[in-house]
Write a protein that binds this ligand. Sequence first.
Ligand code: ADP
Length: 671
Amino acid sequence: MVEKCLQAEILLELVFSISFEKEEELILKKTMPLYLRKLNCFLAGVLKKDNEGLCELMTIPIVASQSDEWASVLAYFCSLDIDPGQECPKYVLNDHYYYSFCLHGYGMLILGRNKAFDHFFVKELQNTVNYLGRVLIQANEIKRRELAEDKLRESEFRLSLLMQESPRIMEVYDRNGCQVIVNKAYEKFWGVEAAETINQFNVLESEDVREMGMKEYILRAYQGETIIVPEYLFRLKSQFNGIDRNCDKWLSSSIYPLHNKKGEVEYIVVTHEDITERKEAEKALMIAKERAEESDRLKSAFLANMSHEIRTPMNGILGFTNLLKRPMLGASEQQEYIELIEKSGARMLAVINDLIDISKIESGQMEITISPININALIHDVYSFFKSNADEKNLQFSLSKLLPLEEIQSNTDKEKLLAILMNLVNNAIKYTSKGYVEIQVEKKEDCFVFCVKDSGIGIHPKRQKAIFDRFIQADIGNQRAFEGTGLGLSISKAYVEMLGGKIWLESELGKGSIFYFSLPCNVKADDTNDYKLTPLTDRSTFENEKLNVLIVDDDKVSRNLMATQIKQICKDIIFAKNGIEALNLFNANPHLDLILMDMKMPLLDGYDTTREIRKTNQDVIIIAQTALGLIGDREKSIEVGCNDYIAKPILKDELLFLINRCFNRYKIGSK
Ligand code: ADP
């Protein structure tokens, strides 16, 4: 009876405990006091078995127990190997009675009492303890199951999170090809909501999938194969839910089957990575690489060409100079050699000028000066300049169309227009061996259209687009056949564009070419006071007033050349090899009128020398002369106190004109 009632109460208590908290320790804590009270026990403990033997889980003292006594009780029971079916051994210590019961499959329950249980009750108690053990096990199982369920839920949640948040586009299809799961990346990629496609889109029925050749892979995945498609262009042209989806995407995909327990393919998973950006970057990189290689190739070819272009005239200059030294050379031969040297020098200067021009253009330092010009007159000049070249080649050379009188005046940069026309006509004559070369100009709406026609070798259609690129001649097979840097057309194009126009061509291989360029008509002239280097006609300026000149240059040839060029206007010429010598000579010769100052010299350069001179003398005319010919040289020279500037190679007329200009300007103004 006691036992029945005890079991019922314990059960109730346990049910209550289990439903709220499944921690075994708590269960014991809650039920044990009740149990002990019913049994008049003063102490209870549970020894739980673990891998290393028994260990104490908890003790519940009802009556304070001697810890020494409890320790020896534990020691006693721990030493026993208790079989669950066995009757419990009893341990008596200090008039206390200790019993141990096997909590079925769980551990050992030890009870302490002041009075011994009679044998009959111990047996009943054993049943109750077994019952308590089973309940604990059950509680444990429930707890474990719930924990396992929690873990499963957690892992499912993680898996779904993994799939949903994956940057790879993921789609799952059932065995009929019907879409059952998609992730966020899929929604983003196709611009749809999952709900719009799930259960509606069928991968086996899709036209796009079939057209892309992907259906075959899908079918193979349904056969159990795993397919990896590293990269392919997916061209989507269909409508999806009424929306046009025209897009080209580069994808990298994998398709794999999911099997059920029977080993049948239940689902297939399709995942894609959108590699469009990567492919585009690869493409851009490829183009950049090809460009770099091309530019490298062009640069090397350009250098080779340039070397040729410089060595050829050098060869002419040095070769014929050497021949000139031969004694007993006839006058006509001498004249011929000199002309050839002059021609070679001019050719070399043209190469250097091209290089300087292109570097000015590239660094954005090429300036334009707009002034009123007579277009017909300018074209006539070009015609006259090239007439003899055309005649030499027996070409028909003509000005077939010019502007009517009322339209000949226009504002533009004369030097640039001249350079463009000179280059086009020069090319036309150079690349034409028979037939004609024609120059035309006409006014069309608000621009002038110039054209230079020839019946020459023509240009292959493939090369026409690149013809205005720098160094392009270097890239052609016939490069050695014609002299030239391959810079002319790119300089012309830059000039035309600087002047607000366009340049283009029509050409047929073997038949000839027409180069056109347009320039706007209504351009306003600058107010700049641009000097024109017209040939010096009035040389009377120096007739009565011969000059005392100091030529400063570290190069002997240059010193001699300048001395010879200005001899006619000089009373006396003295020379200095560097700035220090120049300062000494300047101080020793107070009557100097003119100093031709090289700017780049050893010891003291022309800039510092000029600065020194200007500290004490503002009157003496100093003309900077330099071989650099670079942007900013003129400004730099003027800034330190030079009156004017001339770039080497120096031509006699040009130098005399400059000197004349300086003396007119400064002598009249200051004296
Ligand atoms: P280059 O100094 O080599 O003539 P350009 O830039 O003026 O350099 O011309 C570039 C290339 O264009 C030339 O080398 C030549 O192959 C081609 N070209 C230019 N003009 C003509 C033309 N009138 N007929 C045929 N080919 C031409």
